[in-house]
Design a protein around this ligand. Structure first.
Ligand SMILES: Cc1cc2nc3c(=O)[nH]c(=O)nc-3n(C[C@H](O)[C@H](O)[C@H](O)COP(=O)(O)O)c2cc1C
Length: 389
């Protein structure tokens, strides 16, 4: 009997991700909410991600016999309870104190994947302990080979089954709100930011309770007592954002588990991932936070899944906010989906209950779509696809 078997129950006051977003906005200081919520430049890519997914239409079959609709989905040898997971998000503890632990625990109990970011605020070891070694880990590419190898060894020792490497952050996205708020990597505590904190007592109380958020996974490589400026310099020196084939090869050689490339946005990078022996790709544009002039994710997803779906596991994130969005994305060719902001809105809105609520809500919505259109198995979604233009 699996230990992670969770009842699906959500709070009927918040039946949509937008409800959670609205409540989150009331509870988080503005600089932290805007870091979470924003895209880049004019937010064109951010908005298109969701609106293009929502152009996809599904065909229902009403006079067809129906036994049961099952959300269970196999991925990398594990059968998850639903075809969606929690995408890696940096600085999580800044948006809601202790949120990586809340979300990792909820993901484990609901038997869906949780991906920890290198720059999140809990360590690989802590998250692995909470998830009995089921959490995935996303690696920002370290400049120093020794740091890279050490982090990979730690992920392996923690039992992490899937390592995710990222290709869509060769530069930091241009994010006007963060610039205005003085929120850089790392965050700056200006008078305005302090005043915003005073207006959010629950957030302030929880921050005091759980302590100032830190890059826990990176702690062993960071000199002690850095001031904010020194910390910024440390981050710049520690990571070389741009990934290339030469940087991927040694990771492939070293990592015995499944290796996934996140941030794929075109066919040529998908093809390279296959040549390099990777196990999966996440078609993603970082939730519209990097290239405002880029395509929405559903567009390359459709092409990549068609051309390469039989050679590599194809997943997608960016723009999904509901069960119908998950259904539309899988019908368009993704085998699995991830969401970033939706879960952070949930935990910021409802604290400890936020992870469980958001996962339950999405499971309930997806189950309803499956039963409505007479789709008994997640693999059958493409049969229901009408169009995506
Ligand atoms: C606040 C924030 C921080 C993020 N930090 C990371 C990160 O550290 N590593 C990473 O691979 N992706 C990061 N992402 C991108 C997410 O993993 C994911 O691709 C994106 O959120 C999906 O879009 P959605 O928010 O519309 O679901 C971040 C996204 C947000 C919103």
């Amino acid at each position: 009997m699996a230990k992670n078997k969770k009842e699906i129950r959500y709070d009927s006051r918040y039946p949509s991700i937008e409800d959670l977003r609205t409540r989150a906005q009331k509870r988080i200081p503005r600089f932290a909410f805007e870091y979470l919520d924003g895209g880049c430049n004019e937010d064109i890519n951010l908005d298109k991600n969701t609106s293009d997914i929502r152009k996809v239409e599904l065909l229902p079959y009403y006079l067809t016999s129906h036994t049961e609709s099952k959300m269970k989905t196999e991925l990398f040898g594990h059968t998850y309870d639903a075809p969606f997971g929690i995408a890696p998000v940096g600085l999580q503890g800044l948006m809601w104190p202790n949120s990586p632990e809340v979300l990792a625990k909820a993901a484990f109990e609901h038997n869906i994947p949780f991906i920890l970011s290198t720059v999140s605020t809990s360590s690989i070891e802590r998250i692995s302990e909470l998830t009995e070694g089921q959490a995935w880990f996303q690696l920002y590419h370290p400049t120093e080979t020794s740091v890279r190898d050490d982090i990979i060894k730690r992920a392996e020792a923690a039992g992490c089954p899937v390592l995710v490497i990222l290709c869509d952050v060769p530069t930091f996205g241009f994010r006007p709100r963060d610039i205005r708020n003085g929120l850089a990597m790392p965050p700056k505590m200006s008078i305005t930011n302090m005043l915003q904190i005073l207006g959010k007592p629950q957030w302030a109380y929880n921050t005091l309770r759980y302590g100032q958020p830190n890059f826990e996974t990176l702690r062993p490589y960071m000199p002690k007592n850095l001031n904010l400026k020194q910390l910024g310099k440390f981050m710049d020196q520690t990571f070389s954002g741009r990934l290339n084939e030469e940087r991927i090869r040694p990771i492939r050689d070293m990592w015995k588990g499944k290796l996934v490339l996140k941030g794929v946005a075109n066919e040529s990078d998908a093809e390279k991932a296959i040549e390099l022996g990777l196990d999966g790709i996440i078609v993603s544009n970082h939730g519209g936070r990097q290239l405002d002039a880029g395509e929405s994710t559903i567009r390359p997803l459709t092409r990549i899944a068609k051309d390469y779906g039989d050679k590599i596991r194809v997943m997608m994130d960016s723009g999904l906010r509901s069960g119908p969005d998950i259904a539309r994305t899988i019908a368009s060719g993704a085998e699995f989906t991830f969401m970033g902001r939706s879960f952070m809105y949930g935990v910021a809105a409802l604290g400890k209950k936020g992870g469980d609520h958001t996962i339950s809500l999405l499971k309930t919505q997806l189950q309803q779509v499956m039963e409505q259109i007479c789709c008994e198995d997640v693999k059958d979604f493409p049969r229901h696809l009408i169009s995506n233009s």
